[in-house]
Design a protein around this ligand. Structure first.
Ligand SMILES: [Zn+2]
Length: 62
């Protein structure tokens, strides 16, 4: 596993080629606990906790 947070340009490009809008990130939704697809990813900064992630729909609903 590569270190978290940064992908190389090559890795980024190959992922984008695969399907730019329909691949699962390794982010887990705080609302439902499911893995988040790239196009659904909603990063939110929480004071004292850092970044958390939601599905866009679930963030709006929470
Ligand atoms: Zn969710």
């Amino acid at each position: 596993m590569a270190k978290k947070g940064e992908l190389s340009k090559t890795a980024r490009a190959s992922m984008a080629q695969r399907d730019d809008t329909n691949f699962a990130t390794d982010r887990i939704c705080e609302q439902c606990g499911e893995r988040i697809m790239l196009k659904e990813l909603m990063p939110v900064k929480v004071v004292g906790q850092g970044m958390v992630y939601y599905h866009k729909n679930h963030f709006a609903a929470s």
